[in-house]
Design a protein around this ligand. Structure first.
Ligand code: ASP
Length: 309
């Protein structure tokens, strides 16, 4: 049997037409499902689902990534295969179209786990990824508005506003990270996650998507992709903790609720996750108002889509 689930990011989603968000997650899930249906691998299915999200400017990954304080798109992505715990990750990567494909090359062509910044970019070019500007007009305008608001403030007010922004927001109208988890007919599990990060982040900030065990993880028992404020996942190691819970015998749907309950108590609630276990049980949970997501499985031809779980 096979199964796939995808998410388009945890957040408010109050500024985006619901239909566009749902169409986006459906398209990504369906592309992955088709691969699994034809006996393709879980890693191919998550790669394709995430690639489709990255090319959709609605989502905060690849083209459409949010911008850092300097107005640049620095993108993070990670991919992981449960069998053999193989993973490839890129962080603060600029000017490529599909960070998830570069992360996959890191996994397949090097013995490294994570490449960052200029090194990641040089690697991407060396293995054939062309120059691409992922910054959309809409993201540029929203960045300019926010930067102008910040610059209009003086002295201590400006510092306080910067501090508030970096510690709690703004994520209000930012579409989140994208991610996918899949189980193929051979019983293999894989997870993939990609993001532009958080708006006006400090240049060089790296989030959970490129940090195995935090925003993305897969074992032979489970695959997890997380979204929300990356620092929470990096402190809690959310994806790894969910995988451990599943390894300890909890089905995915119980594990995600238990772990997010713990996160709410100890680090915060700007978080959402999708998880799949080796039995095909699916866990989808978020503590934010919304997280568009979709899933499909063997035997039910239609993709299910929801704005919140
Ligand atoms: N997790 C992402 C990050 O912190 C952002 C998001 O999911 O919206 O980089």
């Amino acid at each position: 049997m096979y199964a796939i689930a995808v998410h388009g990011g945890a957040g408010n989603w109050s500024h985006t037409p619901r239909q566009s968000a749902l169409l986006g997650v459906e398209r990504a899930a369906e592309a992955g499902r088709r691969i699994l249906e034809q006996d393709g691998s879980a890693v191919d299915a998550v790669t394709e689902a995430v690639r489709i999200f990255e090319d959709d400017p609605l989502f905060n990954a690849g083209t459409g990534s949010v911008l850092n304080l300097d107005g640049d798109a620095e993108m993070d992505a990670g991919i992981m295969v449960g069998r053999g715990l193989r993973t490839g990750n890129v962080a603060a990567l600029r000017r490529v179209r599909n960070p998830i494909l570069v992360a996959r090359k890191v996994m397949e062509m090097t013995d490294h786990v994570l490449l960052g910044g200029n090194g990641a970019l040089r690697f991407a070019r060396a293995v054939g990824f062309a120059d691409h500007d992922p910054v959309t007009t809409q993201r540029r305008e929203s960045w300019r508005r926010r930067r102008d608001d910040l610059e209009a403030k003086q002295g201590d007010d400006r510092l306080a506003a910067l501090h508030a922004m970096l510690s709690t927001g703004p994520r209000d109208d930012d579409m989140g990270t994208v991610g996918a988890v899949a189980l193929d007919r051979q019983g293999d599990l894989a997870a993939g996650t990609s993001t532009g990060g958080v708006t006006l982040k400090l240049p060089g900030r790296i989030g959970d998507s490129a940090f195995p065990g935090a925003g993305n993880y897969a074992t032979t028992h489970a695959a997890v992709s997380a979204t929300g404020r990356g620092e929470l996942m990096m402190r809690f190691l959310t994806a790894k903790v969910i995988c451990e819970d599943i390894w300890n015998g909890h089905p995915a749907h119980t594990a995600v609720e238990r772990v997010l309950r713990e996160m709410r108590k100890s680090v915060g609630e700007d978080v959402g996750v999708i998880a799949l276990d080796s039995e095909g049980d699916l866990g989808i949970h978020h503590l934010t108002p919304a997280m568009p997501h979709a899933w499909g499985r063997e035997g039910s031809p239609a993709i299910e889509v929801r704005m919140s779980a």
